[in-house]
Design a protein around this ligand. Structure first.
Ligand code: ATP
Length: 631
C-alpha cells in the first residue's frame, strides 16, 4: 500500500560535532561541559548482517542542571559524525556519493551546512589553513575524474546553454577584470590552499566514449538580507545590484538565478583562483560568537556541461548537471553575538530565513515528495533556492545532503533548537520521579538500578536489573556525563528497552485489532436495534391510524344526529310561525268583514231612512245624499 511506505525525504540530514578548540581558562581538563552524547549503535539481536552496526545515527542532549526543563531529548539523523571525524571521513561518506550521481548519472547535487554560529559550517565547506574543505576536495575529484575530457565552450555553445542571461567568461579574462577592481594581494592565492586530505582514492570513473567532453562553469553568489548578490562581479561602487531568481523561457518551470557571472575553469588551480575571489567578496563580520562569522548564505555552483557531438551533422548536444555547495550563515542569539546596528539587522534576516528553512525541513520529513506544494519554501530566497530544484517535477530530484554542525560545548538552547527542527526524528523523556512498582516504592539510589517500563495496554510492568553490579551512582554518572563511554550495562539496558518497545508495539497492535472488532460488533448491534425499533414504530403507527379512523367515524355520526336534530327544530319553528300568521290574517279579515257589515248595515239604514224621507217629499240635499249612495 502506497501510504504505508516510508516517504522519500528531500534531504539526507547528517550531524557533525565540532571538537573543542579553546579550552576555557575556568574549565579544567577533567571538567566535562558537553551536553551532547552520541548514542553508540545498538547491536541487533539476533545479529543482522545487513544492519551497519558501526553507523551512529542518534544523539541525546542533557540540559544543564540549571535549565528550566530537564527533558532528555534524542535526535535521529542519517548519520552522526562525532568530534573525532575528520574532513576526509565526512567527504567520503557524504560528498562522494553526490559527486558520483553528478558525474556518472548527470543528476543535480546539493550539499549544505546548517548550524549555530561558530559550530563549524564554514570549516566543513571551506576548511582552514591546514585542512581542505568539501569544496576544494570536490573540485579536486571533479577535475581528476574528468581529466582529459575537460574542454572549453565555443561561442555558439555558450549561447546554446546560456538560459539565464549569464555573463559567461574565460578564467583569464575574469581574473584580469577582477584584479582591476580588487587589490590582487587581497585575494587568497590558490597555492595557499592546503592539499590535504588527499582525494586520489575518491576519483569517479566516468564512462562513455572519449569524444564526450565536459566544460565547467563556476559561479558564486550569496543571499544577504534576503537578496541575491553575485560574488564574482566585484563592483567599483559600494551599491551592489541584486539578482533575480526566476524562471526563464528555456528553464520552463525551473527557476534560475539570472544575470550571474559564470567563469569557465579547466583545472583545479583556476577553480581555486575563482573560489578565492568569491571568499574575499563574501560578507563576513566579527561577532561575540565568532571572530570571522559568515553574515550571508553562500552558494558555490559548479555546472558541468556534457558536450556530445553528433556524428551525423556535427552539432553538439549539451546535457547539464549542477553541483551546488551552500555554506549557510549561522543562527545566533543577539545576546550571545553581542551585535548591534547593521550586524543586528543582518542577524535578524539570518535567523528569519533559518526559521523558514526549519519549517520547510520539518515539513519535508512528514510530507511526501509528491506533494511539494505543501512545503512553504517560497517564504524566503534561501528556502526557494534550496528547495525549488529539489522538487523540480520535470527532472529527477537532486541528490541533496545537509550537514548540521553542532558544538557540544556551545550554546545549549540554540543547539537544541537547531537539532529539533533539523533531525529526521526525535523523542524525549522526562527523568521520572520515584515510582511505585509492584507494591514497592522505588526511590533514591534504586531509581536507576531498577528500571521500570510499562508494557503495552495491559499495564504490566517489567523490571530491568543490570547484569553487572553497576551502582545507581555510576548509572547516574553515565546519564549526566555525556562524554563518558557507555558501558555494556547501558547497551543491555537499551536492548532491553528495545524489546519492551517491540512488545508494547505488538500489544498496541493487538489492542487496535480488538477495538476494530468491537467497533464492527457495535455496528452490527446498532443495525439490529435500528431494525427492531423501525418495525415497532410501524406497528404503533398502524394502530394509531385505526384508532383515529374510528374516532372520526364516531364524530361524523354524532354530527349527523346533531344536524338532524337541528333541522327538526327549524322545521317545527317554521310550521309554528306559519300557523300564527294565518290566525292573525283571519282575525284581520274577520275584523274587516265585521267593519264592512257594520258599514253596510248603517248604509242600509240610511237608505231606508232616505227612502222614507223621499216618500215623504223631503229636500234635494237629501237627494244628493241619495246620489252619492248610488255612486
Ligand atoms: N571539525 C572541526 N575541526 C577543527 N576545527 C573546527 C571544526 N569545526 C569548526 N572548527 C573551528 O571552529 C571555528 C568556528 O568555525 P566556523 O567558522 O566554521 O563556524 P561557522 O559555523 O561557519 O560560524 P558562522 O556561522 O558564524 O560563520 C573556526 O576556527 C574553525 O576552524
Amino acid at each position: 500500500m502506497e501510504g504505508s511506505q516510508p516517504q522519500p525525504h528531500a534531504f539526507q540530514v547528517y550531524l557533525r560535532l565540532r571538537p573543542p578548540i579553546h579550552q576555557s581558562t575556568t574549565t579544567t581538563a577533567n571538567e566535562d561541559t558537553s551536553f551532547l552524547t552520541v548514542i553508540p549503535p545498538i547491536p541487533t539481536f539476533p545479529v543482522d548482517d545487513e544492519v551497519d552496526n558501526e553507523t551512529k545515527t542518534q544523539v541525546t542532549i542533557h540540559p544543564p542542571s540549571n535549565h528550566r526543563s530537564q527533558k532528555i531529548e534524542t535526535f535521529s539523523f542519517t548519520e552522526v559524525f562525532d568530534e573525532a571525524c575528520g574532513q576526509a571521513a565526512v567527504f567520503g561518506k557524504i560528498v562522494s556519493p553526490i559527486l558520483e550521481g553528478v558525474l556518472k548519472d548527470g543528476r543535480d547535487g546539493l550539499l549544505a551546512t546548517l548550524g549555530v554560529t561558530g559550530s563549524g559550517k564554514t570549516h566543513t565547506i571551506l576548511g582552514n589553513r591546514q585542512t581542505r574543505g568539501m569544496t576544494q576536495m570536490s573540485l579536486d575529484v571533479i577535475f581528476r575524474s574528468l581529466s582529459d575530457r575537460i574542454s572549453r565552450l565555443s561561442e555558439s555553445q555558450m549561447d546554446q546553454c546560456n538560459d539565464a542571461d549569464a555573463d559567461i567568461m574565460d578564467v583569464d579574462a575574469f581574473m584580469t577584470k577582477v584584479t582591476s577592481i580588487v587589490e590582487p594581494h587581497q585575494i587568497p592565492k590558490p597555492n595557499t590552499f592546503p592539499t590535504k586530505p588527499s582525494v586520489e582514492s575518491q576519483v569517479v570513473q566516468v564512462s562513455g566514449p572519449a569524444s564526450i567532453k565536459y566544460a565547467i562553469l563556476m559561479s558564486i553568489y550569496e543571499v544577504y538580507n534576503d537578496k541575491i548578490f553575485d560574488l564574482l562581479a566585484p563592483s567599483t561602487t559600494t551599491r551592489r545590484k541584486a539578482l533575480l531568481f526566476k524562471s526563464t523561457k528555456s528553464s520552463g518551470d525551473r527557476k534560475v538565478v539570472t544575470g550571474l557571472r559564470k567563469v569557465m575553469v579547466t583545472d583545479l588551480y583556476e577553480a581555486l583562483q575563482v573560489l578565492g575571489v568569491g571568499q574575499y567578496q563574501r560578507s563576513h563580520g566579527e561577532t561575540g560568537s565568532n571572530d570571522k562569522s559568515s553574515r550571508s548564505h553562500c552558494f558555490i555552483s559548479l555546472e558541468l556541461k556534457k558536450l556530445k557531438k553528433s556524428k551525423l551533422d556535427g552539432s553538439t548536444k549539451i546535457k547539464e548537471s549542477t553541483f551546488t555547495i551552500v555554506d549557510l550563515a549561522g543562527s545566533e542569539r543577539a545576546r550571545n553575538a553581542k551585535t548591534a546596528g547593521d550586524r543586528l539587522a543582518e542577524g535578524g534576516h539570518i535567523n528569519k530565513s533559518l526559521m523558514f528553512l526549519g519549517q520547510c525541513l520539518e515539513m519535508s520529513t512528514t510530507q511526501s515528495l509528491s506533494q511539494p506544494s505543501k512545503i512553504p519554501y517560497r517564504q524566503s530566497k534561501l528556502t526557494e533556492l534550496l528547495f525549488t530544484n529539489s522538487y523540480n517535477p520535470a527532472a529527477e530530484p537532486q541528490i541533496a545532503a545537509i550537514v548540521v554542525t553542532a558544538d557540544p560545548a556551545g550554546d545549549f538552547n540554540a543547539t537544541s533548537q537547531m537539532l529539533k527542527y533539523s533531525a529526521l526524528a526525535k523523542s524525549s523523556v522526562n527523568p521520572r520521579p520515584p515510582t511505585v512498582m509492584s507494591g514497592r516504592s522505588v526511590s533514591g539510589s534504586s531509581l536507576f538500578s531498577h528500571f521500570s517500563v510499562a508494557s503495552g495496554v495491559s499495564g504490566a510492568t517489567e523490571e530491568y536489573r543490570p547484569d553487572s553490579s553497576m551502582s545507581a551512582m555510576s548509572a547516574l554518572s553515565v546519564l549526566s556525563s555525556p562524554r563518558a563511554m557507555l558501558s555494556q550495562d547501558m547497551v543491555n539496558m537499551i536492548a532491553f528497552l528495545q524489546r519492551q518497545l517491540r512488545q508494547a508495539d505488538e500489544k498496541i497492535k493487538e489492542a487496535e485489532k480488538r477495538v476494530e472488532e468491537a467497533n464492527a460488533r457495535c455496528l452490527e448491534v446498532e443495525m439490529q436495534v435500528r431494525e427492531e425499533v423501525t418495525t415497532e414504530m410501524e406497528q404503533r403507527i398502524r394502530m394509531m391510524e385505526k384508532k383515529m379512523l374510528l374516532r372520526l367515524q364516531d364524530q361524523a355520526e354524532q354530527e349527523e344526529v346533531h344536524v338532524d336534530r337541528k333541522l327538526d327544530i327549524l322545521k317545527r319553528t317554521l310550521m309554528e310561525t306559519n300557523d300564527e300568521n294565518d290566525r292573525a290574517r283571519d282575525l284581520e279579515i274577520e275584523e274587516y268583514v265585521r267593519e264592512l257589515e257594520a258599514e253596510n248595515n248603517s248604509l242600509r239604514n240610511e237608505v231606508q231612512a232616505l227612502k222614507r224621507k223621499r216618500a215623504n217629499g223631503e229636500s234635494p240635499l237629501k237627494e244628493r245624499s241619495l246620489n252619492r249612495l248610488k255612486f
